[in-house]
Design a protein around this ligand. Structure first.
Ligand SMILES: [Ca+2]
Ligand SMILES: [Ca+2]
Ligand SMILES: [Ca+2]
Ligand SMILES: [Ca+2]
Length: 592
């Protein structure tokens, strides 16, 4: 049981307590405070106070926990059409109603009202509806009312609101006001328009939504949700006071995506605002978006990737992609092989501009755009190196040349190379450490295939004769090549040593035969024969011996003839005939 303190002193300044009376659909006057009938109660001491209004009535409901049933359990409500103020004095339109738990009801002044009570073992409840015209409210206009509440248990006051209210002094009462201005609210959509009715995918579209409040009261705190295909994209909080029957427009931005869509705007999507109609808050708009056609021209067979989607280019040499507006990334296959021909991506051409990047980013702005991948054709060229006679040589250790596109290329040991159509200029062919590049060193590439390079590599033959012009066989001929390496051969029976594939350049050497004879230094610029004459050789020696032996033999023969004439000897016998068993002579190896 709560005992109240003494009443406040006159002249004390105090804050006026205010309770809001929200709008609600009409509660049922049955004495039962249903779950959804009222907004949350105000916590007034010793009871729960429920307040709401509709277009016609102010509703007050009180739940009083009082397990003892007494005929003099009761409640008194004071309402004044003029709100309290320090100077406020009692007026004739200050009304009072008193209700007892037993159901007895009295009022001073109210004529338009309904009420009901219920009671049970835990306490009792009370509902009353008071006609708003009697409280001099006008729907849609702000008005505050004086209000006080007094509760008795068995004739004794146990609670009141405000805490220091005095039933007889309206300036001590609290205040009721309605955020719904004592009227109703019905937000209604009027239109949903798009800045572009057929937007292009990727385009930012402004969604403009117009709505009105078709109730009788202004409202604030309206929110509008925007949805695309049922997916929330934005909620706009309208900070304005939404007056009755005025048009309000809010907007949101949607970046259009490909396809067909339903754009929706929903008023008060969280249903924070009680409206007379909640089923008329949505408006939808159906649309189809355009796609931008991006045409990519490229070499047949190339894989082209636009924003992650890859397509292979066919014989039309172009593919069309549907893309969004904005930045689009375009890539193309770097190299396409077709046998011994290949196509190499060199870059991109668009609107007269060229880029050498392999991937480009295009800012798509229009309905139709086109970009071309530039490919260069290259042929597989296999280089073959020959000597001056056209015989293959071993691979050069390195070559250096300028390709048709102007790039300088060095190759080491592998001479398969992809080249553009055009002319190459060979600068170096290093073979046996000597540059044997041909003097006429430009070659035209028209097709894939072999490129033959006839290098400055020659044969050198050393011919040795003695002073009687006999060939000198078996002499050791050593050549010092331009790369300073030495090669040697023995002369054959013709007195010749054949050196093949000698790199062009300064050549020297020596011959070893009965002493050393040096070969004069000379430039090898073609196949050459080096004639050397030696003072002495085995042949000469034998010749001289033969001459000497011949002279002696002649003399002896003459002497023998003289003696023979004297003796008259009989002639010597004939040699025996050859064996002729089968008429076939034996071969050199004795075979028959
Ligand atoms: Ca009720
Ligand atoms: Ca009681
Ligand atoms: Ca509505
Ligand atoms: Ca609502």
């Amino acid at each position: 049981m709560l005992l109240l303190s003494a009443l406040p002193l006159a002249g004390v300044v105090w804050a006026i307590e205010v309770l809001d009376v929200p709008w609600r659909p009409t509660p049922g006057m049955d004495g039962i405070i249903g779950d959804a009938e009222y907004p949350a109660p105000s916590l007034v001491s010793h009871c729960s106070l429920y307040l709401c209004q509709d277009t016609n009535f102010l509703y007050v409901a009180v739940a009083i926990p009082d397990p003892t049933y007494n005929a003099s359990d009761g409640i008194t409500i004071c309402i004044g059409t003029e709100p309290p103020s320090p100077e406020r004095t009692p007026r004739v339109d200050d009304y009072t109603m008193t209700l007892s738990r037993s159901g007895a009801f009295t009022t001073t002044g109210f004529t338009s009202y309904k009420y009901a009570t219920t009671t049970d073992s835990g306490g009792w409840g009370f509902e009353v509806a008071i006609g708003l015209p009697e409280l001099e409210t006008t729907p849609g206009q702000y008005k505050s009312l004086g209000f006080a509440l007094f509760i008795k248990d068995d004739g004794k006051e146990v609670a009141r609101w405000p805490d220091d209210a005095d039933q007889e002094s309206p300036k001590t009462w609290g205040v009721l006001s309605s955020s719904y201005f004592w009227g109703t609210v019905d937000l209604q959509p009027q239109s949903l328009t798009l800045s572009n009715q057929r937007p292009t995918t990727g385009e930012d579209v402004t969604l403009s939504f117009a709505y009105t409040n078709e109730g009788s009261s202004p409202i604030s705190g309206a929110q509008i949700g925007f949805y695309v295909d049922g997916v929330h994209i934005a909620t706009v909080g309208d900070a304005r006071v939404i007056e009755v029957s005025e048009l309000y427009i809010v907007s949101a931005i949607w970046r259009a995506t490909a396809g067909n869509h339903t754009i929706s705007a929903i008023l008060d999507p969280l249903n924070d605002i009680r409206e007379t109609r909640e089923d008329n808050n949505e408006l939808s708009y159906r649309l189809s978006t355009y796609s931008v056609r991006l045409t990519v021209k490229a070499q047949e067979g190339a894989n082209v990737t636009v924003d992650g989607n890859t397509t292979t280019v066919g014989s039309s040499k172009e593919v069309v992609f549907n893309v969004n507006l904005g930045e689009v990334e375009v890539k193309a296959q770097g190299v396409i092989f077709k046998g011994d021909t290949r196509y190499v991506l060199r870059g991109w051409k668009m609107d007269g501009n060229e880029s050498t990047n392999s991937t480009i980013s295009i800012d798509v702005t229009g309905d139709e755009q086109q970009v071309e991948a530039i490919y260069g054709m290259e042929f597989r060229v296999r280089m073959s190196f020959l000597d001056s006679k056209g015989f293959n040589i071993t691979k050069p250790s390195r070559i250096f040349f300028m390709a048709p596109n102007g790039s300088l290329i060095t190759l080491n040991g592998t001479y398969d190379v992809w080249l553009q159509r055009g002319t190459i200029r060979m600068y170096n062919v290093i073979w046996s450490s000597v540059d044997v590049v041909p003097s006429d060193s430009t070659y035209t590439i028209l097709y894939p295939g072999w490129l033959t390079i006839r290098c400055r590599i020659y044969d050198a033959t050393v011919v040795l004769r003695d002073f009687l012009d006999f060939p000198v066989a078996g002499a050791n001929v050593t050549l010092v090549l331009p790369n300073t390496t030495r090669v040697w051969l023995l002369t054959d029976s013709n007195g010749e040593a054949h050196f093949t594939q000698i790199p062009a350049g300064r050549l020297s050497g020596s011959v070893s035969s009965y002493g050393i004879t040096y070969i004069r230094e000379q430039d090898l610029t073609a196949d050459s024969v080096i004639q050397l004459s030696l003072a002495i050789s085995v042949n000469t020696i034998w010749f001289l011996i033969a001459i000497s032996v011949g002279a002696v033999s002649g003399l002896l023969y003459l002497l023998w003839r003289r003696e023979r004439a004297k003796l008259r000897m009989p002639p010597p016998p004939l040699p025996p005939p050859p064996e002729q068993d089968d008429g076939i002579f034996a071969g050199p190896n004795g075979r028959r």
